[in-house]
Ligand binder design. Structure first.
Ligand SMILES: C[S@@+](CC[C@H](N)C(=O)[O-])C[C@H]1O[C@@H](n2cnc3c(N)ncnc32)[C@H](O)[C@@H]1O
Length: 293
């Protein structure tokens, strides 16, 4: 997993890290330009797709990236359950999930029926492999939705509620509106269902790590009214009706922080963040300000 550093993006990181006061909010034209650059990244193909825009991680890579517990959460899904992958790229994790189990010839066990899955992406990255796998799965078990970010789908279009939602460097790392993103995740998550995700190169819960790139800031930051950094984990913990676990995971460059958010009741409320910087990239650099209720 790599982060692309492009000159304007590095410059922004340096400015924001070197003690310069943060702006109240990105000026609209600046944001519009960055949003349009981000769209170009989403829709890039072939040679023009940046090296850092990885779209083909399979299920094993998801297990390696996400918090322990994700693998058994996938393994315990039954045929009446539903799993949504936000920011699925080619949907390789779901192709792997639906692949028929290899029969070692020692038991005649019937194949296990799988959960209904939905792979979500802004751009359509389906390949021949996806179409073959979907044709081999039970009807409607392997859906792929695209064309819009998560927040622009209704719960009914997505087929909510979901017992499991995953996001590996998808919408959670790319959205320009983290509050709305989490509100939507919690709207479509079943009670007792879990959202597994991660961020790379961000402040840990203990606040004892440094940005990966010397001289740059963290890739996603949340600051309070006095511009002091607070961890993503601390913000997640302020959401009501959820149980949050946060854990650093080794073996990744830049290092990653993993999160599991379990929904415990329906009255969820997500503390509001204002976007104050968004610089396109893979993923984008973002700074949000925590708005006290
Ligand atoms: C870097 S790719 C990651 C693909 C896959 N998870 C993997 O690890 O190979 C980012 C994916 O997130 C999607 N994405 C970004 N923002 C999103 C959002 N707000 N809602 C839904 N998908 C989003 C992109 O369209 C793309 O499919």
């Amino acid at each position: 997993m790599r982060r692309i550093t492009i000159p304007h993006c590095l410059l922004a990181g340096l400015l924001f890290f070197s003690g310069t006061p943060l702006p109240a909010q990105t000026a609209a034209p600046v944001f519009d330009l960055e949003a349009s650059r981000q769209q170009s990244i989403y829709h890039s193909r072939g040679e023009t797709r940046p090296e850092g825009y990885v779209i083909d991680r399979g299920l094993a890579a998801y297990v390696f990236a996400l918090m322990p517990g994700f693998e058994s959460a996938v393994g315990s899904l039954g045929p009446d359950d539903r799993w949504l992958d936000i920011g699925a790229g080619r949907g390789q994790a779901m192709i792997d999930y639906h692949a028929p189990a290899k029969n070692d010839g020692t038991s005649p066990a019937a194949p296990r029926r799988k959960a209904g899955t939905v792979a979500l992406s802004i751009e359509d990255r389906r390949t021949e492999a996806w179409h073959r796998a979907a044709a081999g799965a039970e009807p409607e078990r392997m859906r792929y939705l695209f064309d819009r970010p998560l927040r622009n789908f209704t719960a009914a279009e997505l087929g909510a509620p979901f017992q499991l939602i995953s996001d590996v460097i998808g919408g959670f790392s790319y959205t320009d509106n983290l509050t709305r993103f989490m509100e939507k995740v919690l709207e479509i998550l079943a009670i007792n269902g879990s959202f597994y995700t991660l961020h790379q190169d961000v402040m840990s819960e203990a606040g004892d790590n440094k940005p990966h790139y010397a001289g740059a800031g963290f890739l996603t930051r949340i600051v309070d009214a006095g511009d002091k950094d607070i961890s993503i984990c601390a913000w997640l913990r302020q959401i009501s009706c959820v149980e949050v676990s946060c854990q650093a995971k080794s073996g990744w460059v830049p290092p990653i922080q993993t999160y599991r958010v379990r929904k415990t009741c329906n009255e969820t409320a997500v503390p509001r963040l204002e976007r104050i910087q968004y610089t396109s990239g893979t993923p984008p650099e973002r700074v949000f300000r925590f708005v006290a209720p």
